[in-house]
Design a binder for this molecule. Sequence first.
Ligand code: SF4
Ligand code: SF4
Length: 332
Amino acid sequence: MKTVSTLLDPEWHERYKRISRLNIRSSIYDVTNRCNLRCKGCFFFSSDEHKKSPDEMDIAKWDAFVKREKERGVNLAILIGGEPTLYLDRIESFYKQLHTFCASNGLIKVPRERFPDMIVGISLWGDEEDEKTLRGKDTFSISRRNYDGDKYAYYLYTITPRQMGKIEHIIKKIRDIGLKVQMQILSNDENVDGFSWTTKELSDLRQEMDEVFEKYPDTVISSKYYHEVLTTGTMLNRKFGWMECPSVTRPLDKRSPQPKRLIEFIRWAADLKTMHRCCTSETRDCSTCKDGAAHMSWVMVNKRAHMQSAKDLKNWIEVYEMFAKLYQFIPW
Ligand code: SF4
Ligand code: SF4
């Protein structure tokens, strides 16, 4: 029988042991229904999720809610929205009780005297031109000033089809201000003309992602297997989609048979009562979903399937390490 010990040499076995101790249990929280941008392709606004329920305004209720989440076993709070930095007191409810990651468009600087080591993932959609087209603003010129040299921030660089051949340019700009970067792929939820992927583009993209990862290992937090799974939507000959997705809200998950999934994962709305279907939006077509976190989690929950060979298991370890670095369970 193949076991971890028979598949791995001592060095890889140590790496395996380091991550297998982590037992990460995440959930996702919409901090608010408001945002200071309206990006074309934002899964939140394009699906009208912001209209489903109002924001809870009482901060004491946020404190009590986070306490309950902690008791439920959550050890990683992923804050999204809307734009979380519009409500720092709500962020603080999480930060003082749980290991917290905050996604942000970077237009408002998280005050480091209040949140010294909170991990901030700053969204960036393509280059200056793409950002103006899709987000109405070149956010990088603002976020780079806000987070220059910040040790606990990194860029969530969403690659668009127009970025082909230009990725290195962006990676260098991020490296030059001392930040790390994770690469994602645009899902184009609002079908903006010229921003949908062809199979050929995705194949070329995989190669380009591999190249920048090799060239900038201190800046790019990634793994080649992640690039493969994300660009092909395939893992071990299985196709990503609704019946495989690990990031579906537990109480709403009526799939049969149940796939491997994130334990007790829930995505909560900002009223602290409503649950959303998954880590992106209910209206997104799962067959075209390119969500990076869902693909990483897909690999992570399927450890057993990666125990057919040493190569598969190492791929699994690298994706797990990538995730653990991005949420600072292990150092960059
Ligand atoms: S910044 Fe984020 S939440 Fe706001 S509109 Fe853009 S994608 Fe949506
Ligand atoms: S849209 Fe994406 S994240 Fe949501 S259930 Fe479908 S595959 Fe999963």
